[in-house]
Structures are given as structure tokens and as C-alpha cells.
Design a protein around this ligand. Sequence first.
Ligand code: FAD
Length: 466
Amino acid sequence: MNYLSFNVKRCRLLGGNDNIISKSSGIAYYMHRDQRVQDNWAFVYSQDLAVKHNLPLYVLAGFNVKHPENPEGTRRAIDFTIGGLKEVEKECTELGIQFHMFKDHHVPMFERILKFIKETSVRCIVADFSPLHPHRNQMNELAKRLDSSSCLLQVDAHNIVPVWEASKKDEPRATEMRNQIMPQFDEYFTEFPRIKNHPTKVLDPLPAVNWEEIRNSVTVDETVQSCEWAKPGTSHGMQHLKRFLTEGLHIYNEKRNIPTVDAISNLSPWFHSGQVSAQRAVIEVKKFEEQYPKSVYKFVDEAVVWSEMSDNFCFYNDNYDKLSGAPQWAQDTLNEHRSDKREYVYTKEQFEKAQTHDNLWNAAQIQLRDEGKMHGFMRMYWAKKILEWSENPDEAIAIALYLNDHYSLDGADSNGFAGVMWSIAGVHDPPKWGERPVYGKIRYMSYNGCKGKFDIFEYIKKYQSG
Ligand code: FAD
């Protein structure tokens, strides 16, 4: 592997001292958000370091959310992750890389990693990147506790342009984000070196992971079960990508906002868990640039500009999940309309059970609940109506995030925080909409507006209750 193939701007030192690498007994990649072996810059960098210093390579993984308190603590989400990690373990074993699955789910991740460092003398940890609080807090806690005899490095393996390079501030809208990202795109949009058979093996390999035992040891909401259409793992994700290239991409530009047509990629569950790299998808999609230029442009815009803007939002805005994280104009307008009379007010439970007066909204909620993913167009309508029918905007944000993260296979993602905040709280949207009750100047969507865009009755028929 060519050491120069890795752009070092993808990496930053979070704690400790990176001059100690040659004194470490190995390199450990803590795989959190990017659960795949190939097409993974954090893995590429970890193997580069290990090869350069003749060291064995470890992959560390584990659940680091407190189930079942976190909304994403469902059988659906956990089984999707386990399915992905099983593939990672198999591939690591074939490549002579030690896969290490942490078991003690209730111990904070930073403590588990510190214990691993102590027990193995592996002093160099490479982590992948997420802008969300749970991961950031764990990495900060770990970094604080490392002295100059070890180090914690972080690689942004999720975004094409690393979030800290894309922009130095919270970008207000897609136009500004596009202007930041696109001039840097070619520098980072390079083919991935392959992870190869690792030359230096661990001396005492661990036994294979007992996945059944791991699966049974996590307490989760068992009522939210796996979905037949979305099988976990990189191999299934790559099959979906192939299907999209042949069946969806040619109509993506024209039909991606029509919920009754299969024009979108449906790749978000695999992107979210990192089982498929968005960069790989973009590499494959761009091969069709001459045939379908508009669709390719649109897909790249969504998967790069909009998605990386979500990471930018969560990275630079600590309040990405509450009204105080909204732009000032949106906070002001929502607060001015806080006491407006709502025509309907529903509780979280009524929303969850799809018990509103609106059959289109209920159908969207049923799609989310039963299929683990709602069509992107309906997501906007769904969240805006939660604003319209909740006691206040704070509660609307909390309910929308809970339902999204509890049921959606791509939930608890920066795209979800940005999507909910876009719909309810004006994030990344200009204040140019006419003023109306409850919404103030936030962009509005209506039942009749949807009727004018697609055959809502076909959609309702497909997802009606009972
Ligand atoms: P495609 O149209 O095929 O797009 C390909 C990829 O581009 C997506 O997988 C995603 O990575 C990215 N993308 C597309 N649209 C957006 C967007 N508006 N913002 C950011 N990235 C985008 N996305 C999630 O990944 N997880 C969520 O939890 C989530 N919750 C949302 C909640 C609301 C209320 C809204 C309005 C949007 C939400 N989104 C979320 C963003 C978007 O709706 C989904 O990414 C998209 O529907 C996923 O389906 P797909 O992979 O078929 O998309």
C-alpha cells in the first residue's frame, strides 16, 4: 500500500502523543460509525500505520448506547448492527486482523478502551468520526485520560471532504455549503486503497465472537423488529447500490420526490451504519454521468452536499437537537406563535400509533413503523405536521426525533437531526415563507399540496392501518 495514498488532512490528533506509535504493541481501530472493512479511510490509515511500524492490527467494536433508554435501542437497530459487524469480523479474520468485540455494554466506551490499552499495551487508538454527542463525549473522555505514553487519532471516514476541512463554521444553507465543499471535492474524491492481508499477526488471537450471546445480552425494545427488505451487512448494501444503478438512477432526478415510485436509492440504512461508504456510492453513480447527467448531479448533491451539511450542522452546533439550535429568525417566529390555538393536538403515543385525523400522515407513520424507513418526501410532511399538532415546537422536535430514531433504520443520524430541524425549525431554510398560525415564517406543507404532487391515495392504500 502506498503511504501517500492517505490524505493526512482526514486525520487529527485528539489526545496523547503520536510520537509513541513505534513503542506501541499494535494499532487498534475503534470502529464506531463506519462498520466496514473496505472503502474505509480510518481502516486504511490504521493499516498504513501498522504496516509502517511492523505492528499487528486490531479492530475494536461494541455497543456504546445505554439500552433501552436511548430511542435507537430496538431489536431492529441492534440486529442490523450485529449483522454488519459479523461480516466485518469474518473479513478481518480472513485478512489476519484481530477483531475484538467489547461485551460490557453498560460500561462507558472510553473506560473499555482504557482497559484494553492497559491489558494489551496497544497504545495507539484510531477512531472514526461522528459529530453526535454520544461518540464525541466518549472520545473527549478518552482523550483527557491519555498521557504522553499513548495516543488517540481520529479519521473522518464518513464524509468525502472531512468535516473540519469542509468548513470552519456552521453553514447556513446548501448554497454556502456547496461553495465550501465542491472546490475541495477532487482533492478527496480518490479511489480507496484496498485493505490487504495484514503482514504482522497478533501473538494470541481471540476466539471467534459468540454473536448469539452478544445479541441476547442487549436489552432492547423487542416490539420493533427487523425488516425483511433491509438485510444488514456490506454485501447486502452493495446489492442495493447495484439495483439502484440499474433500476432507480435513471429516474432519480425526475421522480425521487414521488413516494409511490421506486426512484430513490434506499441506501440510508447502510450509509448510516457505515456498512456502505457514501464515497463508494458516489464513485459508482458518477460512472453514469454521461447517460444521466441530471440524476447523477442530484444524487451527488444529496449524498455529498446535503449529507455533509448535516455533519457540519451537528459538528458546529451543540444544540442540534433542540429549538435553541435553530437560526434566530426561526426561534423568534416559532416563539411568537407558541400560544397559537392548534386545531388538533396529539400526544406522542397518538402519533406513534398513527392515530391522527390525517390518513396521509398516518400512512407515513405506518411506513416508518413497519418498513423501518419513510420515503424522503413524506418525511418532510410528517415532521411539519408534528409541529402543527403538538403543544409547542420544543415538544414537536422531541417527538419527531424520538419516532424517527426509534423506528428508522437510518435514525440517530446527523441527517435526521438536520432533517427534523429543517422541517420544524427553519435550519438550512431561508425565512421567506408567508406567515401563518403555529408555523410563523417556517415553510408550510399541506395535504392538498401533496395531492397535487402524487397519487396520495395509492400511498394511503399501501400503508393504511388494520
Ligand atoms: P436518496 O434520495 O437515495 O439519497 C441518497 C443519500 O443522500 C441518502 O441516503 C442520504 O445519505 C443523503 N440525503 C438525501 N437526502 C438528504 C437530506 N435531505 N439531508 C441529508 N442527506 C440526504 N436521513 C438519514 O440518513 N437519517 C435520518 O434519520 C433522517 N431523518 C430525516 C427526518 C426528516 C424529518 C427529514 C425531512 C429528513 C431526514 N433524513 C434522514 C434525510 C433524508 O430524508 C434521507 O437521507 C433519505 O430519505 C434517505 O433515503 P435514501 O437513501 O433512499 O435517499
